[in-house]
Structure formats: C-alpha cells, structure tokens
Design a protein around this ligand. Structure first.
Ligand SMILES: Cc1cc2nc3c(=O)[nH]c(=O)nc-3n(C[C@H](O)[C@H](O)[C@H](O)COP(=O)(O)OP(=O)(O)OC[C@H]3O[C@@H](n4cnc5c(N)ncnc54)[C@H](O)[C@@H]3O)c2cc1C
Length: 406
C-alpha cells in the first residue's frame, strides 16, 4: 500500500493531525497498533487514571476539528481557579480565570474521552485508517520510506510523521537522537473521592518529595472526585503503591493537608516513572516528529498534550501552505518551518518546568526562603500573574490559525 503521507500513531496528537490535514485538503494514512474503535461512554463508569488539563488553545483546536462536542457529551470539568502552595513554608499563590476575563483556565478531561471524541470524528471523515497496524521496521528505499508492520504488511510513503508517543518506534528506527534525563521521580496517578467539593479548582501542593496535584473531575453520581498526580521518590512511590486502599487514602489526605476533607475512596493506582526527553531535531528529509514522540515533559504543568496539539496544528498549517505553493511536502526545507515554529516554544516550556521542579525539589534553606517569598511576591503582582495565566491558557507565542480567537 502507498500513501503521500503516513502518520504512525493515532493517539490524541496523531488523530488531531489527521483531521487538521484533512481540513487543509491533504490526504494521509493514519496507522496505529490499536483497534481505533471509540468505546461507548457510560457516565457512571470509573474514571480513567490518565487525564489532561486541556488549555484554551487545545479547546479551540478540538472545537475547530469538530471533536469538542464529543468531549462535552462525555465527561469533563472546567476549572476556574488554581491554588498552589508550598507544604514546607508559608508561600502560596492563587490564579483565576477572572483575572484575565476568561470563563475558565482550562478543562480536566480523561485522555480516553479526548481520544474517543477524535476517533468519532475520524470515522465520520474520509481519512484513511489502518488499525492493528504495529510498525516494526522502517527503512529508506530511494526517495521513499518502506514501513514493515508486525504482521508483515508493507507500506510506502515519501513522508512519515511520528506521533507514536514517548517510546516512539519511528524515532528509534530512524535513528533520531534525543536528549533525555531521569527525574528520579515516579508519578502515582489515580482518581479519588473527597469529602468536600473541589470548587472547580486545580490544587497543587509542593511537598519535600515532589508536587502533589488534585485536579477536579466531572460529575459522577453526585460525588466529589479529583484526579491526583503524586510525584515522589521511587522508594516512597513503591511504599505508597503497596499500601491498602484505606491506608493510601489516609496517607494522601495527610500529604494534601486535608484541603478537601477526608479522602474517602481511591480507584486503581498507576505508577509512572518520569523522564524528560527531547529530540535534538524534529525533522529530517521525509520525516517529522510530533507530540510525545518529539518531547515528553514533567506532568507538573499538565502541558504535555497541549504542546502536542499545537505541534499538530502548526505542522498541518505548514504543509497546507506548502501544498498551496506547489512545494514538495517531504522536503526538509518545508518541514523545517514546522520545527522553527515549535521547537523554541516547547523548549521554553520544558526549561520553565525544569526550573520550577528544581526550585521546589531543593532542600537548600536559601531556595526554600526564596520560593516562599517568591510565591508571596508573585501572588501580589497582578500583572505577573495575568502573564502566567495567559501562558497556562496556551494563548501566548506564535499560534496556528486553529488556536487563534475568531
Ligand atoms: C502522569 C502523567 C500525567 C500527565 N498529565 C498531563 C496533563 O495534565 N496535561 C497534559 O497535557 N498532558 C499530560 N500528560 C502527558 C500526556 O499524557 C501526553 O503528552 C499525551 O498522551 C501524548 O499524546 P501522543 O498522542 O503524542 O502519544 P500517545 O498518547 O502515547 O499515543 C501514541 C499512539 O501511538 C500508537 N503506537 C505506539 N507505538 C506504535 C507502533 N510501533 N506502531 C503503530 N502505532 C504505535 C499507540 O497505540 C498510541 O495510540 C501526562 C503524562 C503523565 C505520564
């Protein structure tokens, strides 16, 4: 089988790219190792442990790709405030959507919900899909790539886009270099039921061992649920994973200073080792990396998929413009336009998160004093806070048309 462009990976980012390319009038083949079937949604079902804090920019992109109604029809939770405090001091900071005259700071949505809303749109479109198609080999054959799938099928194309996630097979098989480092931290993620309502607020407490976030979840049986991301040392993470549900809820309530009362119930826990990884280049002739295949970032800021959606929107825009000018899409000069627009933005976000992580991770008394005073100072500076909020909304920098206000 041959296609002008093949996207490997139909996760949230690859699926968004396929729909965005279609809007540009470009054809592609979207292949994934999974089934590519949306599951029927049951509002009483347990939450998926993996959630994303979707920014306003991501919301706009999903709206314009027609997937946002599918998100709202399933389950999501807008949040209007963010409250961050330092557990070993007195520093705290409060951000609000109202400060920038916005309705929300973003939406907390289960990854499965976003994925299924996108899959629904893909099945309604004429995008070519290839399910249960796991890439195993990739090699150059003249001006084209030859992709070999696990079942032996072969695909040919002049342009491959890697959207196959943090452990990208395309990136490995094409020999793309990355810079990576271990945070020596693991994140425990799960959903928990609290005694008190979450007040449409994202809560983040910095503990001596790492940040602990409580993110508000959409309604389920009239109960108060939050998604938690608890980043901590590998040793503490394995201790916490070994606890009974009751003992885990008690330890979590304590670590969170019972801001939302007792933690009454916890769903299945996942433990994820945290690595930051960044490809040295996002493109080479006939190849582009997007989403987690290009960069994985600390979940502290909840920015991973937001950066990926912007990658997808910019790449579709660049390719659409190039096609309009009659340029060859696989040409490295064309693909470099995408890299030039996205790499500085992604690097800046990763560096900011790295700095934040180090500041809060440090045991040094000076840094502790600095962060407490710093948080207090910033909390008093309306201008600085508004700038941060605009960053969190994803509305700063060089935005693609899909993410701009209309
Ligand atoms: C603990 C944690 C919390 C997070 N919280 C947030 C948050 O609050 N906000 C946020 O924005 N981000 C968050 N993230 C990051 C976010 O989950 C990722 O950025 C996002 O899932 C990446 O999407 P993707 O489509 O690039 O990759 P993936 O979701 O990994 O999708 C990759 C796709 O490629 C397919 N695939 C893989 N290998 C092959 C192959 N060989 N052949 C064919 N198909 C293949 C897979 O089946 C999959 O469908 C978090 C991450 C972690 C670990």
């Amino acid at each position: 089988m041959r296609a002008d462009l093949i996207i490997v990976g139909a996760g949230m980012v690859g699926s968004a790219l396929a729909l965005a390319l279609r809007q540009q009038g470009l054809e592609c083949l979207l292949v994934d190792g999974g089934s590519l079937q949306a599951e029927p949604f049951d509002a009483a079902s347990a939450y998926e442990p993996r959630v994303s804090a979707l920014s306003m920019a991501s919301q706009r992109i999903l709206e314009r790709l027609g997937a946002w109604p599918g998100v709202l029809a399933r389950r999501s939770c807008p949040y209007r405030d963010m409250y961050v405090w330092d557990g070993s001091g007195t520093g705290n900071i409060h951000f609000s959507a109202a400060s920038v005259h916005a309705d929300t700071l973003g939406h907390i949505v289960e990854n499965r919900v976003v994925q299924d809303a996108l899959l629904e749109r893909l099945h309604d479109s004429d995008v070519a899909l290839l399910a249960t198609a796991r890439l195993e080999r990739l090699r150059h054959s003249g001006d084209e790539w030859l992709l070999t799938l696990a079942d032996g099928r072969e695909l040919r194309t002049p342009l491959v886009v890697a959207a196959d996630g943090a452990n990208s097979a395309v990136r490995r098989l094409a020999g793309c270099e990355t810079r990576e480092w271990d945070y020596l931290h693991h994140a425990i993620v799960t959903s928990v039921r609290c005694a008190a309502a979450h007040q449409a607020t994202a809560w983040q407490r910095f503990t001596d061992d790492g940040p602990l976030a409580f993110l508000p979840l959409g309604e389920r049986n009239g109960e108060h649920w939050c998604s938690i991301v608890w980043s901590t040392t590998p040793e503490q993470a394995s201790e916490l994973m070994a606890l009974s549900d009751e003992a885990f809820c008690s330890a979590l309530g304590q670590a969170f200073e019972h801001r939302l009362g007792e933690v009454l119930q916890a769903d299945r826990r996942l433990c994820i080792p945290l690595r930051q990884r960044h490809a040295k280049r996002y493109v080479e002739p006939g190849l582009a990396l997007i989403g987690d295949a290009a960069h994985t970032i600390h979940p502290l800021a909840g920015q991973g998929v937001n950066l990926g959606f912007l990658d997808a929107a910019v790449l579709a825009e660049v390719l659409g413009q190039a096609a309009g000018r009659g340029e060859r899409l696989a040409d490295e000069r064309v693909l470099s336009r995408y890299e030039r627009r996205r790499m500085p933005h992604n690097l800046a976000m990763m560096a900011a998160m790295e700095g934040f992580q180090r500041l809060f991770q440090s045991d040094s008394l000076t840094l502790r004093l600095l962060r407490n005073t710093g948080l207090g100072l910033v909390d008093g500076l309306d201008e600085a806070k508004a700038l941060f909020v605009r960053q969190a909304l994803g509305l700063s920098g060089d935005l693609p048309e899909l993410a701009k206000a209309r």
